[in-house]
Structures are given as C-alpha cells and as structure tokens.
Design a protein around this ligand. Structure first.
Ligand SMILES: O=C(O)CCC(=O)C(=O)O
Ligand SMILES: [Fe+2]
Length: 240
C-alpha cells in the first residue's frame, strides 16, 4: 500500500447516522423477535481488569434468522469499509465469528480488553444507552501479522503494562448512539466495553473484515472462549 488512508493513520473512524433511527428500530425489532424464540447463552469469563460478560448472537444464527443484518454485513457496511481502507476486504470465512450481535444488559456486564483476530471491525450501535462505551487505544500495537506468536504475546504484555500504556497511548471512548458506526483497525487497537447503566440493554452489531483467505492461528481456542461456556484449558487464547 503506497500511502495511508485517514482510517489507517488514525486507527479508526466514526460515522454518524450510518443508519437512521427507523432502520435501527427495525433491526432491534428483529433481534427482539429472535430473543423471544431463542434462549441466548450468557458468556462469562473472569479476566483481570475487565471481565468478558455478555450475551451474543453468532454469525451463523444471524445468517439463518436475521437476514437484514447479514445483508448489511455483506453489502452497505462492507462497501463503506472498503471505501475507507481503499482496498478490497472481504467477510471472514468463519461463519460464527465474522458477524455478531452483542447484547449487554445494564449493570454487571462488560467486554474484556482484547485485540480482534481480524484487520478491520465495524461496530454499529443500534441504540443509545448510558455508559457502555467502547474504549480503545487506536493503533497501539506493534503487530507481527500472525507470525512469531510468542514474541507477539511478549510485546503485547509490555505495551499493555499500565504505566507504559499511559505514556505511549491515547485512550478514546465512544458512546453508543443510534446509527453510529465505528470502523477500527481492530487487530492493532486494544479495545473493550464499559458496563452499561440505565434501564435497557446495550445492543450493537460487530462486523469483521480482512483480506480474502487470511487465516487465524488462535481461532479454535478463541471461539470456544468467547462463544461458549465450555471449560477452557488456558486463559484468553489471544494472550495465554
Ligand atoms: O461492543 C463493542 O463495542 C465492542 C465489542 C468487541 O470488541 C467484540 O465483540 O470483539
Ligand atoms: Fe473486539
């Protein structure tokens, strides 16, 4: 790539009103309908600093039951992402992980600090809540592109020591707003979600893109960790 786009140099971009309130409401109605007919699994993994505690609708379930959201993923949002990176990124081949609806009731729910496996993640908020901010350190990682995993872990550990992070990185917090879209270099930007407050669930759509046919070594353990309640051999497979 000859030069960097704004997204690449800044690490993220925020697009307001990507969907209008009635489009968001229609998607929320579909999600409510799905919840009325299916019991969502509550995921809880205790993590130092911030836990992983949320409900999720996986991409395979979305594709079968919530086709509007799937179409957004392979259509309008993909187009926007490719416009911002000036490249031809594609949906991941992993059907569960590439597209999620995250649901966080107010109170004791939050999303752990992590990097995503894939290059670009688009986060579309469907409603406004108090709290529930996506916090991140844009482009804070020295990224080794899925090579040298042990060295990557060491670098991640050092760069994420609180005092190092404090001096080297700038933290951004984006609040949920109806129709707001964040597009982020998510495998290069440490991110997490703070607890929501108030009286309704925080609901957003997480859409993952990368160059076609990229593979992810952490995939198997990571999917078990973030989508199931199964016992885990180790802690977070991304960080061991
Ligand atoms: O819900 C959010 O704002 C971000 C969630 C996230 O980082 C993820 O699902 O990988
Ligand atoms: Fe993420």
């Amino acid at each position: 790539m000859a030069y960097k786009t704004e997204l690449q140099s800044k690490g993220y971009q925020v697009i307001e009103d990507f969907l209008n309130p009635s489009e968001c409401q229609k998607l929320l109605d579909g999600i409510q309908d799905f919840r009325d007919n299916n019991k969502l699994q509550e995921i809880f993994r205790a993590v130092r600093g911030r836990n992983l505690h949320y409900f999720v609708i996986r991409g395979d379930q979305i594709e079968k039951n919530l086709s509007d959201i799937h179409h957004l993923y392979i259509g309008k949002v993909k187009q926007k992402v490719n416009e911002l990176v000036r490249d031809e990124l594609a949906p991941l081949s992993n059907l569960q992980a590439r597209l999620n609806v995250n649901i966080m009731p107010p109170g004791d729910y939050e999303y752990r600090w992590h990097y995503d496996r894939n290059y670009i993640t688009a986060i579309l908020y469907l409603n406004k809540v108090q709290g529930g901010e996506t916090e991140f350190y844009p482009n804070n990682r020295i990224y080794l592109k899925n090579k040298y995993m042990a060295l990557q872990k060491l670098i991640d550990w050092v760069l994420n020591l609180p005092f190092i992070r404090f001096f080297l990185s700038r933290k951004v917090a984006i609040a949920p707003q109806v129709g707001r879209l964040i597009v982020m270099q998510a495998n290069r930007s440490l991110h997490s979600v703070t607890p929501a407050m108030g009286d309704h669930d925080r609901i957003n759509i997480i859409m993952a893109y990368d160059f076609p046919s990229v593979e992810f070594p952490v995939e198997k353990g990571l999917d078990k960790y973030i989508y199931t309640r199964d016992k885990q051999e180790s802690t977070d497979p991304n960080y061991g």
